[in-house]
Design a protein around this ligand. Structure first.
Ligand code: ZN
Length: 256
């Protein structure tokens, strides 16, 4: 199990596009921890799905009559017509059904969120003006530059969804490893060209890992995130520490 970051949510969004044009027959909104605005959501019964969009890690389903925001927390998964886009598991009459926290039933098929940990959140769309530009945006660096803070660890800056939307812990470690930057470095000590290197790495890493199957498929892959593992580029033992509140892996040889 890994935390959904921009790539996983993009896979969910693409899977959810299957329900575009379908009309809602009913909503299952009885998990009050995950689902806010249950009554308002119920008022969308009978409406049809127009568009499924994404900004960073936030997915929005737009109906002809209103929209619903879906946040996937630490472990949320989207299931469309019984299939998950990221694990090969086929859902149906299985034990995973007890993790369904929200479901939209259409005249034909369904879309559900499963989440064993219940950190996912579903509600009527809110204004998202606080979020930075989506990490997949073209010309990302130019959009982000005015939002960059003058101080703070570079890892914390990249995790801040109000600076750039969509990056999570594993992607940021991968991006900093590829840009050869120590995650502890304060942004105030990085020159303009080095900061640009990071944004070049973002442009490169996101499509590449989307193709490979998700944020756990980096060169600094999920299985290397254990004590004692070595840098995939130069073999040095990786350092491990808590930076910006998150468990971080980096290479003390090539990341400066
Ligand atoms: Zn290294």
């Amino acid at each position: 199990m890994w935390v959904p970051e921009i790539l996983e949510v993009e896979m969910y969004r693409r899977a959810a596009e299957l329900v575009i044009g379908r009309r809602v027959r009913s909503f299952q909104t009885n998990d009050a921890i995950v689902v806010k605005d249950g009554l308002q959501i119920q008022s969308l019964v009978g409406s049809r799905v127009d568009v499924v969009s994404r900004l960073g890690k936030l997915m929005t389903i737009h109906f002809d009559d209103g929209s619903i925001d879906l946040h996937f927390g630490m472990a949320g998964r989207v299931i469309v017509d019984g299939r998950s886009p990221i694990d090969e598991l086929v859902y149906g009459a299985s034990s995973n059904d007890r993790w369904i926290r929200f479901q939209i039933d259409f005249e034909d098929g369904f879309l559900a969120i499963t989440d064993p940990r219940r950190f996912s959140r579903v509600g009527m769309s809110r204004t998202t003006s606080g979020l930075g530009p989506d990490a997949f945006s073209h010309g990302l660096f130019d959009q982000v530059q005015p939002r960059l803070p003058s101080k703070g660890s570079i890892k914390g800056v990249l995790l801040n969804q109000n600076v750039v939307a969509g990056l999570g812990n594993m992607l940021v470690d991968e991006i900093l490893s590829r840009s050869a930057i120590d995650p502890r470095r304060d942004i105030s000590t990085l020159t303009g060209p080095r900061i640009r290197t990071i944004f070049k790495a973002i442009d490169e890493v996101l499509p590449e890992l989307l193709e490979r199957g998700g944020s756990h498929m980096g060169d600094l892959a999920a299985e290397l995130r254990v004590p004692g593992s070595r840098c995939p580029y130069d073999g040095r033992e990786l350092s491990r520490g808590t930076i910006a509140g998150r468990t971080t892996y980096w290479c003390p040889r090539h990341q400066k």
